[in-house]
Design a protein around this ligand. Structure first.
Ligand code: ATR
Length: 278
């Protein structure tokens, strides 16, 4: 039986076992996918002993994505671009790393807003952490001419812009509403909007009516940001689709089947989100 896991600290909240468990059952695969609570000081040891622990690979979540990237023997282009890894697998005795957050976000954006066009205006990104790096990489690859980054701590946005070059421009956090009015896409990558974590205070008046507003937060499913955008008639893209799509490449690597993100799977996750408080 092939076994994979998700590691994080804490890990209890992770919904990855629900996703991979659904696919294992659906495709009749004799496999398992479990949660492993791994403390920061134990990550390196854990990842170097994946084979002895009888795992073919794992997902990596907060706060271990950068450590996983550093420890891997081989890093694919997606991981190198983001300098963080969320998907690991053993191949030829080596630990391989990828970052599937970029893929997850872009796939879901294309599904949820198929007429979204990368060249129809700047894309605005709130936040400058690891998730922002993954999304900015995807947007630049998709052909967005200008990405504007708004971050509470401006210096962090400036470091991020240096990685990506002149197409990424830094703006003050206070200008996040005024400075996004001509955007074709606005994405929240910060934890604000997560239940109990404050609000972003975005004002969508005067926004380009074709702007798509996306949030990577999926608890609640409709964040305050998305509700405000919807009330203004803007198209919205929730964070759950990114979670579902980012899981696809890992499952294929570990279990040999490219799984489908189905309405049934999404409904299972929605029920879980609505039934839990975190
Ligand atoms: P991740 O890997 O999920 O992106 P991270 O690297 O810790 O997580 O980054 C979190 C991002 O959310 C940062 O951009 C952070 O802003 P700072 O750099 O100023 O800390 C942002 N963030 C977190 N809470 C926020 C809040 N309440 N309002 C605005 N931005 C917030």
């Amino acid at each position: 039986m092939k076994r994979a896991c998700v590691i994080g600290w804490p890990i209890e909240h992770s919904r990855s076992p629900l996703i991979h468990g659904y696919w294992l059952k659906r495709y009749g695969i004799d496999g398992a996918y479990i949660k492993e609570a791994v403390r920061p000081e134990e990550v390196a040891t854990f990842l170097r002993s994946l084979a002895e622990r009888d795992f073919v690979g794992c997902n990596v979540t907060v706060p271990h994505k950068e450590t996983a990237y550093a420890i891997a023997d081989e890093r694919d282009a997606s991981a190198r671009a983001v300098q963080a890894a969320n998907t690991l697998w053993l191949e030829g005795g080596k630990l391989h790393a990828a970052n599937t957050d970029t893929y997850g976000f872009m796939m879901h954006l294309d599904h949820a807003a198929p007429d979204w066009k990368a060249h129809e205006g700047p894309a605005c990104v709130l936040g400058a952490g690891g998730a922002a790096r993954a999304i900015i990489h995807g947007l630049l690859e998709a052909g967005v001419a200008e990405v504007r980054v708004f971050n509470r701590t401006r210096a962090r946005a400036e470091s991020l812009a240096e990685i990506f070059g002149p197409r990424v421009k830094v703006f003050d956090w206070e200008s996040r509403s005024n400075g996004s009015r001509d955007a074709c896409l606005l994405v929240n990558t910060t934890a604000a909007g997560l239940k109990g974590a404050g609000t972003l205070g975005m004002d969508f008046s005067g926004f380009n009516s074709d702007c798509v507003v996306a949030d990577i937060v999926y608890v609640p499913l409709e964040t305050e940001l998305l509700a405000r955008a919807r009330a203004r008639g803007l198209r919205t893209v929730d964070g759950l689709g990114m979670l579902l799509h980012q899981a696809v490449p890992g499952f294929e690597k570990w279990f040999g089947v490219r799984p489908q993100v189905t309405d049934e799977l999404r409904a299972i996750l929605v029920a879980d989100i609505e039934g839990r408080t975190c």
